[in-house]
Ligand binder design. Structure first.
Ligand code: RP5
Length: 181
């Protein structure tokens, strides 16, 4: 969130920083206030062993930096971008307009409109600029979708996804069995 200090816009290249050397997923957000919503998704990426980079790129507060990050992502070896934003959530769509990579938008419930504003801002993209959209605050599904996309060409991730689905199914069956007992 914006504090009382002057916002510092990084002049560093998106390639720099302390993140993993070869991230496959870029997870970016409009504000650090979105970070708690992204946490479950980041846990999923770690669980699946997907290297990711984290960033803040605001469509409104840092538009030039956002476009540079979007423009350079594919060249960095990024395969999927997850972008979270609340309110007038233009970030995922604007990133999508500047990259050939698949972009998954996470609508963040950040205003008085329960996140519906963010959801509609992200999902209602014009023809030609597809932007996948998950449910409000559902960073888990954004991360799982990213793993599925990677799994289409990395067998390790596809195998792990099959195991994840199998475990999920088993847990529901076990719960149902207990209820029937
Ligand atoms: C959006 O505005 C951000 O994605 C965030 O969800 C919302 C509020 O941002 P802060 O005022 O908390 O920085 O751009």
């Amino acid at each position: 969130a914006l504090g009382t200090t002057t916002p510092q816009v990084s002049s560093a290249s998106p390639q720099e920083g302390d993140g993993p050397k070869n991230p496959l997923v870029l997870v970016t957000m409009g504000s650090d206030s979105d970070l708690p919503v992204l946490k479950p998704g980041l846990d999923i990426l770690r669980e699946f062993g997907v290297p990711y980079a984290l960033d803040i790129t605001s469509a409104h507060r840092t538009p030039k930096y956002m476009m540079r990050v979007a423009d350079e992502a594919a060249g960095r070896g990024i395969k999927v971008i997850i972008a979270a934003a609340g309110g007038a959530a233009h970030l995922p769509g604007m990133i999508s307009s500047e990259t050939p990579l698949p972009v998954i938008g996470v609508p963040v419930k950040a205003t008085h409109l329960d996140g519906l504003d963010s959801l509609l801002s992200i999902v209602q993209m014009p023809r030609g600029v597809p932007t996948a959209t998950v449910g409000i605050n559902n960073s888990t599904n954004a991360a799982l979708l990213a793993v599925r996309i990677l799994g289409s060409f990395v067998p390790e991730f596809q195998d792990k996804m099959r195991r994840y689905q199998h475990d999920m199914e088993e847990q529901v069956i076990i719960k149902g069995t207990k209820l029937r007992e």
